[in-house]
Design a protein around this ligand. Sequence first.
Ligand SMILES: C[S@@+](CC[C@H](N)C(=O)[O-])C[C@H]1O[C@@H](n2cnc3c(N)ncnc32)[C@H](O)[C@@H]1O
Length: 399
Amino acid sequence: MPVITQNELWKILEEQFCGDVLQSVSLTGIRSGKEEFPQKYLVRPIVIKKEVRLQWTAYDLQSRQTHENLSRKKSLEKIKLLLGPVYRSAHLKTMLEDLQIHFTKKEKVQLRRHQLKEPAQAVSREHDAQKKYLFPEGTPCPFLIATGVMAPSGKVHRAMYRKFRQINRFAEFVYDLREHFPSDRPVRVVDYGCGKSYLTFAVRHLLVEKLGLEVEMLGLDANQEVIASCLRTQKELRLNDIRFELAQISEAKLEPPIDLAIWLHACDTATDDALARSVQCEAHIILASPCCQHELFKQVNSQALQPLLKHGILRERFAAMVTDALRSQLLESVGYRSQIIEFIDLEHTAKNLLLRAIRSDMNPQRQSEAQATYESMKKSLGIERFHLEKLLCKNDRVS
Ligand SMILES: C[S@@+](CC[C@H](N)C(=O)[O-])C[C@H]1O[C@@H](n2cnc3c(N)ncnc32)[C@H](O)[C@@H]1O
């Protein structure tokens, strides 16, 4: 094995402990005379309150575990005290390579690096691996069973795990907004492009079964087959507070008030149609996870951004970000407080943004400032047409 100096070793550890590709570190090969230390350590990055920490799990001779969560800096100090003086070997697994470190009898440091053929999957950094979901695995939940996410035993089907996480995450956002919902009349909810209606059933379950509210839900989709599937599921679950409608978002009959407008992955400008309809109906809360924005791909243009725009993949991502930023800005201009936030970790899906907008008191000055900022951004990026703007202007003419 190649030999490195102690300084080179600390440099490597520093790089790994401060970077974002580290998956685990194990310390083994305890030296004789050091029995007061744990038999081995396993260290892995976790996220607590949005901060990366390293969780040190100590194993004793009976494999009993104790945990300690340390900052990256403290972890580096700790490994410097342990690797060499107490443990002879360390094995670092990262997303890109494996590193084996060994202290020889002559106290030389050997290092073997093994590059992975393909980057490893990111491991979950959630502190509590069994995250507490609103609809947890292991607890049979009628709508998750009926939509094929969960087996009757409560076990989530592996192929549906991503959907299971999306549903739970979306429900958390709705739960956080619970104070906004009326309790003296049914909460009126629209799910645009509902597909198989995982979300419609989930939000209904949350509002009715968990929060004790009444609802009037509407699931809209332009696909006949998915609406037929939704109606079958509804029948199976015997729910009479949901209505499904086969319609284009732009043409569906919608009646105000709408308390909550939701959609998950309505493709391309269908998101704009849903936003415009929501604004038209003065929806109180909008929660939308957009997907595959193509409208601005060809339009975005800026001399200063040529080094970025000349790369197709960067242009695509940039255009998608600009689309969401302009949508949010337009919502501000018509009286919403609007934010773009992370919906789900990037490691689970590239479609990881959520637009959250809440209708607020109309403030003409703030609205016109928002409109001016929108215009300025559009102009600076050479954008001439934006679907949502056109739809909102049409709304104005109608009213
Ligand atoms: C990617 S799927 C998402 C389905 C569902 N929201 C989910 O997350 O499971 C998009 C759905 O939106 C529907 N859709 C797309 N454009 C639409 C439009 N303009 N009007 C109505 N439905 C539309 C499609 O038929 C499809 O069922």
